[in-house]
Design a binder for this molecule. Structure first.
Ligand code: NAD
Ligand code: ZN
Ligand code: ZN
Length: 367
C-alpha cells in the first residue's frame, strides 16, 4: 500500500505499507483526498514531537471499505470525513458535549500499520496520507455524496478548527470585531466563520502580502501586511477606541477577538495587544512544547481581557461535520475555493514548498 511515512528525520513516499483489518468497533476507510495541514509539517520539523515511523496526514475523506462487527453508524460504500478526535464516548467530557476534552482523545497512539514489515504508528488518530486507514467508529462521519472529496477532506481539520473556533469557542456575536493572524488553511476558516457570525470588521494579518486577495475573498474587511511594519498599530488604526469613551491607560481600542492561527509567541502577544477592553485572544496555532507568552497581568485583570486555547474548533464532530456540509451545500461555506493545488501523494514536497512560499489556501493530495 502507498502512503507517506515520517521516518524520524524526514518523510518518505513509500509503497511498503500494510494496514490491519478493522477491530470490532473500527472502520477501514479508502482515502480519496487529504489536505496538508501545517501540523503535518510540524511533525516533520520537530515542533510536534511524534513517534517514528508513523503515517502522516489527518485531514481526510474517503469511502468506507469495511466495518467491524459492532459498527452500526456507517456501512461499506458510505462517504465519510475523518475526525481526528478518537473520543471514548463514555466519559464526562464526551457526555457533556466536549469530545475535545476527552482524555482518551489526546496522544492515543496505536500501530495499525506496518512499514517494511515493522510496526508503524498512526498520527492524530487519522493517518490519511495512505490508501487505507483504520479509525474508530466515532471518527468516521458520514456525509452527502454531493460533496467532492477534495473539498470534503478539508472539513476534517482546517475547516472544523477555524470555523469551530469562532462558532463554538469564541461564540462571536453579530457586530463584534476581530483580527486573524495567519491567513493559511486555518486562518481562512476563522475568517469565514467570522463572516458567518456577522462580525463587523475582520482584519486579516499575514507576513505574506500575497495572502491579501484570499483573505478578502473569504470575508476579511481589511488586510494588514505584518512584514511591512507594526501590525498592532495598524489594527488599532482600523478599529480605534471610541473617542467619547475615557481613553488613556491599559490601551483601549482594538478588537473584541484576536485569533492566533500561526503558533508563535510573538504573534500571540500581538493578539493580546490588539484587544479592546473586554476582548479575548484565542490560541489556535501550535508552537513547540514549553513555549511561553509574557503579558502584563494588569492589562487583563483590570479590563476583562482573556486568553483562551482552542483545540480542533472545540468541535463535536458528529454535529459539526454535517453542519459544515449543509452550509457548503447552501452556498454559505466556501470549501472548493480552499483547494488551490491538487497533486498525487508523490507531489507532497511540491505542496510543502508552495505552502512555505505563501501560494496556497490548502494543497490537497489525491490517492
Ligand atoms: N489547535 C488546533 O486544533 C489546530 C488545528 C490545526 C492546525 N493548528 C495549527 O494552526 C497553525 C496554522 O496551521 P495552517 O495549516 O493554517 O498553516 P498554514 O501554513 O496554512 O498557514 C500559516 C499562515 O501563517 C502565516 N504566518 C507565518 N508567520 C506569521 C506571522 N509572524 N504573522 C502573521 N502571519 C504569519 C503564513 O504566511 C501562512 O499564511 C499551525 O501552528 C498548526 O499546527 C492547530
Ligand atoms: Zn490540522
Ligand atoms: Zn471521552
Amino acid at each position: 500500500m502507498r502512503g507517506i511515512v515520517y521516518t524520524g528525520a524526514d518523510v518518505e513516499v513509500t509503497d511498503k505499507l500494510e494496514v490491519n483489518d478493522p477491530g470490532p468497533t473500527q472502520v477501514k476507510v479508502k482515502i480519496v483526498a487529504a489536505g496538508v495541514c501545517h501540523s503535518d509539517l510540524s511533525v516533520i520539523d520537530g515542533t510536534i514531537p511524534w513517534k517514528a515511523p508513523s503515517v502522516l496526514g489527518h485531514e481526510g475523506a474517503g469511502i468506507v471499505e469495511a466495518v467491524g462487527s459492532e459498527v452500526r453508524s456507517v456501512k461499506p460504500g458510505d462517504h465519510v470525513v475523518i475526525a481526528t478526535i478518537a473520543s471514548c464516548g463514555t466519559c464526562r467530557a464526551c457526555n457533556t458535549g466536549h469530545p475535545t476534552w476527552c482524555i482518551r482523545s489526546l496522544g492515543n497512539v496505536s500501530t495499525p500499520f506496518t512499514f517494511d514489515g515493522e510496526p508503524a504508528s498512526n498520527f492524530a488518530a487519522a493517518s490519511v496520507f495512505a490508501e487505507y486507514t483504520i479509525v474508530s467508529e466515532v471518527q468516521a462521519v458520514p456525509i452527502s455524496k454531493k460533496v467532492p472529496f477534495s473539498s470534503a477532506c478539508l472539513i476534517g481539520c482546517g475547516v472544523l478548527t477555524g470555523v469551530g473556533a469562532v462558532l463554538n469557542r469564541a461564540r462571536v456575536q453579530p457586530g463584534e470585531t476581530a483580527a486573524v493572524f495567519g491567513v493559511g488553511g486555518v486562518g481562512l476558516n476563522v475568517i469565514q466563520g467570522l463572516r458567518l457570525s456577522g462580525a463587523s470588521r475582520i482584519v486579516a494579518v499575514d507576513t505574506m502580502a500575497s495572502k491579501e486577495a484570499l483573505a478578502m475573498q473569504f470575508g476579511a474587511t481589511h488586510f494588514v501586511d505584518a512584514s511591512a511594519g507594526d501590525a498592532v498599530a495598524e489594527i488599532k488604526k482600523i478599529v480605534p477606541h471610541n473617542p467619547r469613551a475615557v481613553s488613556g491607560a491599559l490601551g483601549p481600542g482594538g478588537v473584541s477577538w484576536a485569533f492566533d492561527c500561526v503558533g508563535h509567541p510573538a504573534v500571540l502577544r500581538n493578539a493580546l495587544d490588539v484587544l479592546d477592553w473586554g476582548g479575548n485572544a484565542v490560541a489556535i496555532g501550535i508552537p513547540a512544547r514549553g513555549t511561553e507568552v509574557a503579558v502584563d497581568v494588569n492589562s487583563l485583570a483590570y479590563v476583562d481581557r482573556g486568553l483562551l486555547g482552542c483545540r480542533y474548533g472545540s468541535s463535536r464532530p458528529q454535529h459539526d461535520i454535517p453542519l459544515m456540509v449543509e452550509l457548503y451545500l447552501q452556498g454559505k461555506l466556501m470549501l472548493d475555493e480552499l483547494v488551490t493545488e491538487t497533486r498525487p501523494l508523490e507531489g507532497f514536497r511540491e505542496i510543502v514548498e508552495d505552502m512555505h512560499a505563501g501560494k496556497l489556501a490548502r494543497g490537497v493530495l489525491t490517492l
